[in-house]
Design a protein around this ligand. Sequence first.
Ligand code: ADE
Length: 485
Amino acid sequence: MNFHILTLFPEMIDEAMNKSIIGRAIENNTISLETVNIRDFSTNKHKKVDDYTYGGGAGMLMQAQPVYDAWMSVNEKVSSNSDGNSKSQKVRTIYVTPQGTPFNQNMAKDFSKEENLVIICGHYEGIDERVLEETVTDYVSIGDYVLTGGELAAMIIVDAVSRLVPGVLHNDISAETESFHNNLLEYPQYSRPKVWMEKEVPQVLLTGDSKKIAEWRLQESVKRTKERRMDLYEKYEELQKCKAVMLKQKLIHIDMIELINRGRAELIYLKDNEILLKDLLSDVYFHTDLSDEAHEKILEGMPEYELDKIKCLVIHQNENVGKIQKLIRLNDVVECYQAVYTLKEKLAVSSLYNVDNSPTKDGLVIKPVELSDYEKVKSNYKSYDGIEYVERRLSEGAFTGAYVNGKLAGFIGRHGEGSIGMLCVLPEYRNKKIAMALETYLINKELEEGMIPYGQVCLDNVPSLNLQKKLGLYMSKKSIFWLSE
Ligand code: ADE
């Protein structure tokens, strides 16, 4: 990912951003950060970039021409087709301003999908409106206060976006699975010494009882959120209500329940038992559809802007897929069961693989799929979602491989919305319990991360249905439907 920052003070950014995690990511080319000095594009002989405001008013305004030429220098560079022709398309361009949309994690995730991101920093009283109209795609504020210039805001955005770029944090999937703590603030934390200024560390943290510690932390998080952020607390309460409804039919709703548990659910609509959630990280929508007329009401609860954005909708227990399809033009349908691992205890690994990562007697090691094997994954896994989806999940570090004597023998992945899937064993390695080893590994890893492991199995995938049974996963009695374009 490449950041391009248009500024009058490039040294401010260059000096601050070459440190720590971001500095390292720049150094090893995981991201790049280019500062473009707007003053270099002034056609004025004194390199002036500002002038008085028409209509009067205090202060100076940055003029359109130098900002536009600075922006064009980047846009022309990054918006060329591979054949060298310039596209009319605008590069994603943020103008940081207190009048923008408040910046949040969701926006950071959205920006992190771009290959190039331009950020324009204003100074003085702002920038001539006409150049903003020509160049800007997103107006972003970092909070309800006014800074002397946009540089600090730009750096905050670069930092929050960069840590979501695969490779920057070195453990790609953890940036993705790291939750927003269910809309809750972090609980208080303590380090040594046990007593400081006569204040003691809470007793429960010294017990080693992980269940009790988790309960205490949750309770403290809830308390703190209620005291400090009523807005977040209300969202938390509402989602807990949704969860209580869905727990009545846990297996069929496990995907929605886990969205809430993992802190990545946005509530779009809630009325009686009908719930529409959006996954904050993947643009997939989920609908409970527990009532007969729900398929019509789904539109009622959908903000208009959301409707056009729906590329994928998961419907539960629906006998009326056709009707919904007519309402929101999603032509592809995949029907599957939910497979859920409901126990808290890890699966027995026994002789499947070695937990210390050493090879088994058959030479098997489970580890992230290596870059050099990405092509093998792409040619062996035929995804309903197309090759681009597999490519993206590979680059996001979502695949775990089974290696036999150093060669890729099979793989499993985690889908964008959080379910386990994409399991495949290469033909020459079948019937050696490799699928079982891979799924056991991922289930145990998810349990360690506090998740309820689940996946979806197509109705006719008999080998997978058998594997789920053998591993002790429960299958939902009814099926669910994935609708997509
Ligand atoms: N420039 C000045 N103040 C700002 C703010 N609060 N957010 C983004 N950009 C700014």
